[in-house]
Design a protein around this ligand. Structure first.
Ligand code: SF4
Length: 238
């Protein structure tokens, strides 16, 4: 996770600390690249806190991190899990120009729960980010993730899948929401593993090229496997 430990937003499901006190560290990209080398990673997922205090939302730091990983580990695949950049599509272009292998942006939940779950985010803006990504580079696989058990209904979930698919989203992850502390949103429902398995099949049938769905699935769950499955399906259908 880059851009520091503190976030400018206050999502009701997230335990990350708030109010960044400092500018991001310009040496961070180099250290991330070094860690990728030391760990011998074949696949790296780079994410960040949200930095609405920075003019480009931290896009230049994402781009630099991708470039430094490429330089020192040319065979490593790089997925970026990015914030919504407040709809700054020039900043999005900066990240895409650095050449990530997957562009991930989590929709997190259904539209009706946004005010409660992601009060500083906009459902349509997150969809637009995925749409813009495909406009900038139609060949770049896109990915999004959802937390389940926050009170969403099945029709709302299916509607969100369709909205994501219409925005060009290729890969979907779905996992159980867990309450990080009593100050955070409570769990509305625990879905059994069988239901996650059914939803996985349903989402694949709806049109996603790759879906991971299970109680412990998170955005980076088996990310390389999911990426390879999705790319092979995309190539077969092309
Ligand atoms: S924007 Fe991301 S890091 Fe910040 S509070 Fe929300 S989920 Fe947590």
């Amino acid at each position: 996770m880059i851009l520091g430990e503190r976030c400018t937003r206050n999502c009701r499901f997230c335990a990350v600390r708030h109010q960044p006190e400092s500018m991001p560290d310009p040496e961070e990209a180099g250290r991330v690249a070094e860690a990728v080398v030391i760990l011998g990673l074949r696949y790296a997922v780079v994410t960040s806190v949200t930095r609405d205090d920075l003019a480009d939302g931290g896009a230049s730091f994402f781009a630099e991190t991708i470039r430094r990983i490429r330089e020192s580990s040319p065979k490593t695949l790089v997925e970026v899990l990015i914030p919504d950049l407040q709809g700054n599509w020039q900043a999005l272009r900066t990240i895409i120009a650095a050449g990530p292998d997957v562009l991930n942006h989590n929709i997190e939940t259904v539209a009706g729960l946004y005010p409660e779950v992601r009060p500083q985010a906009l459902y349509q803006r997150s969809l637009e980010l995925l749409r813009q990504t495909k406009k900038i580079n139609a060949h770049l696989p896109t990915k999004s993730g959802m937390m389940l058990g926050l009170g969403e209904t099945h029709p709302e979930l299916v509607q969100t899948w369709h909205d994501l698919l219409l925005s060009g989203c290729d890969i979907l992850t779905m996992g159980q929401y867990l309450q990080p502390s009593t100050d955070h949103l409570p769990v509305h429902r625990f879905l059994p593993p069988e239901e996650f398995a059914e939803l996985q099949q349903e989402a694949l049938d709806a049109g996603f090229s790759g879906v991971a769905s299970g109680p412990f699935v998170r955005s980076s769950y088996q990310a390389e496997k999911l990426y390879r499955q999705a790319v092979s399906r995309i190539q077969k259908s092309a």
